[in-house]
Write a protein that binds this ligand. Structure first.
Ligand SMILES: Cc1cc2nc3c(=O)[nH]c(=O)nc-3n(C[C@H](O)[C@H](O)[C@H](O)COP(=O)(O)OP(=O)(O)OC[C@H]3O[C@@H](n4cnc5c(N)ncnc54)[C@H](O)[C@@H]3O)c2cc1C
Length: 477
């Protein structure tokens, strides 16, 4: 098989991502929820129809069945990253050492345990509501594919054991790794057995269906252009109407980077994906038929998993940063990012170098200074928000939605997690943030390329790649 030429690769941007097209095709019928015309009154108005906004609406409906909930989505529900991500579903076990440093041993462990609920929680929620999100719980394997660099997997495992989470990461030697997926590029690895995968858009659209059945008033094609505190609560303005509500929730993910109050606290970064043609025989030849999710240990991480019709969906965080919170084509139309994703694919799965790619797409991920989400409030508690999930929001957005709903319903947080209003470092102002992020991205890519080739990275590359941690930012945990 000859490798698909760069000029023949699918172009990202002009159509909806493969996952979402599949999910929309399965809907009978797939109708746009009406845009907002005129003025509406609600108890709670939610901005954003991704996982965060929809889980908030779902849990609020459970806790306060009489609450009038309006959800406003600029596109369609699941049209953002919730409908086009990798579908890796896990909590925060890998973040436990960071959580312990940040919140102390007891609280850190409790947060990781609460986040672990999301995996089984989403699996059983799908079953309960007849949502066919292809939930597959077969674990998440991280492999080292650098020929001359050893990972400190043993250190991570010991640290989790010491912190009270034995068995959440399991070391696999090269033979055990290759028994899962026999790529000649893979060295040893570490398995997170509790992780699962989903078809992300099926989950998002399933949430939307359940909310509509429960009477949540959803308006798609309805971007909120202004949000003003008023004596009775909050007023949200859209192109052809408004919603007056006692409280509002901003669940806009990377788009928050353009909202007042968040501009200097978040960097939007592009992650891009491709999906191959169906290749069940080649997957069988690799022995990769168990449905495990896999990623490598690069700085610009590559993540890949199989689909139930025998394809590989493969992504990498190789896009660019946005400028000053603008979410534009840099996150969706970057053909060079797709070429790099494909190069990573061929490097990590060399026996599949000849397979064709059927689709390509990208989206923004939202990165805070410590690469951990923030959940908080503005305007005296009238506006709540949650964002900053970076590349791990499929699961944690459910936890955030439950915490937001608990707050909105005026209940005590039964888990009492210290995640609300945590102090957050600000990022450098523009244009330093943008140009700094670009320079660091180039250095990280060069670093990965050098380590892939077994070369020692140059001094300048190493220095630039270290800049975020030297400045106290935690872009890796
Ligand atoms: C390519 C890619 C791969 C990823 N892979 C994974 C993965 O494998 N596992 C994982 O855990 N995470 C992954 N992520 C991250 C994950 O997708 C997100 O963290 C998660 O979807 C966040 O959900 P959300 O509801 O907060 O945001 P979104 O899904 O982005 O929803 C926010 C919504 O707000 C809407 N909106 C924005 N502004 C307005 C406005 N003014 N008015 C009305 N609506 C507005 C947007 O249209 C959007 O639909 C990936 C992300 C990308 C881009």
């Amino acid at each position: 098989m000859t490798a698909q030429a760069a000029s023949d690769l699918p172009i990202p941007g002009p159509r909806r991502a493969w996952w979402l097209r599949e999910a929309l095709a399965a809907e009978q019928p797939s109708l746009l929820a009406p845009s907002l015309f005129g003025d509406e009154v609600a108890d709670v108005a939610i901005v954003g129809g991704g996982y965060t906004g929809m889980w908030t609406a779902y849990f609020l409906g459970e806790m306060a069945p009489d609450a009038r909930i309006v959800l406003l989505e600029g596109d369609i529900c699941g049209g953002g990253p919730s409908g086009r991500n990798g579908g890796f579903l896990h909590g925060w076990w890998e973040n436990l050492p960071y959580l312990v440093r940040r919140f102390g041993p007891g609280q850190g462990l409790r947060i990781a345990q609460a986040a672990d609920e999301v995996v089984d929680g989403i699996g059983s929620w799908c079953e309960q509501h007849g949502v066919d999100a292809k939930f597959t719980r077969r674990g998440y394997l991280r492999v080292n594919a650098f020929p001359k660099v050893a990972n400190d997997w043993a250190g991570s495992i010991i640290s989790l054991e010491r912190l009270g989470a034995p068995g959440q990461l399991v070391h696999l030697d090269q033979e055990a790794v290759r028994a899962i997926c026999a790529s000649p590029a893979f060295g040893e690895g570490v398995m997170m057995p509790s992780a699962a995968t989903v078809q992300p858009a099926m989950l998002a659209r399933g949430l939307r269906r359940v909310l509509l059945e429960r009477g949540v008033s959803i308006h798609e094609g309805t971007a909120v252009t202004r949000l003003n505190p008023v004596p009775t609560g909050v007023r949200l303005t859209t192109a052809r109407g408004s919603v007056s509500a006692a409280r509002a929730v901003l669940a806009v993910n990377a788009w928050a980077a353009g909202w007042p109050g968040f501009r200097t606290r978040m960097l939007a970064w592009g992650s891009y994906m491709v999906v191959t043609e169906p290749i069940p025989d080649l997957l069988a030849a690799l022995g990769w038929t168990g449905g495990e999710a896999i990623s490598d240990s690069r700085f610009t991480i590559s993540y890949f998993r199989t689909t139930q019709d025998g394809r590989i969906a493969f992504g990498a965080g190789v896009g660019n940063a946005g400028y000053d919170g603008r979410i534009g084509p840099v996150f969706t139309h970057d053909r060079r990012a797709i070429e790099r994703v494909v190069a990573n694919f061929r490097h990590l799965l060399p026996t599949l170098a000849g397979v064709r790619f059927d689709d390509a797409w990208g989206g923004p991920i939202d990165i805070t200074a410590d690469r951990f989400p923030v959940i908080g409030s503005q305007h005296g508690g009238r506006v709540l928000y949650a964002h900053g999930f970076a590349g791990n929001g499929v699961g944690p957005a459910r936890l955030a939605g439950r915490l937001l709903a608990t707050r909105l319903a005026g209940r005590r947080d039964s888990m009492a997690l210290p995640l609300f209003e945590r102090r957050q470092r600000i990022l450098p102002p523009e244009p330093f943030r943008y140009f700094g992020a670009r320079a660091i991205r180039e250095a990280l890519i060069r670093l990965d390329d050098d380590l892939d080739a077994g070369r020692r990275p140059g001094l300048l590359t190493r220095i630039v790649a270290q800049v975020p941690s030297l400045l106290g930012y935690q872009f890796r945990h």
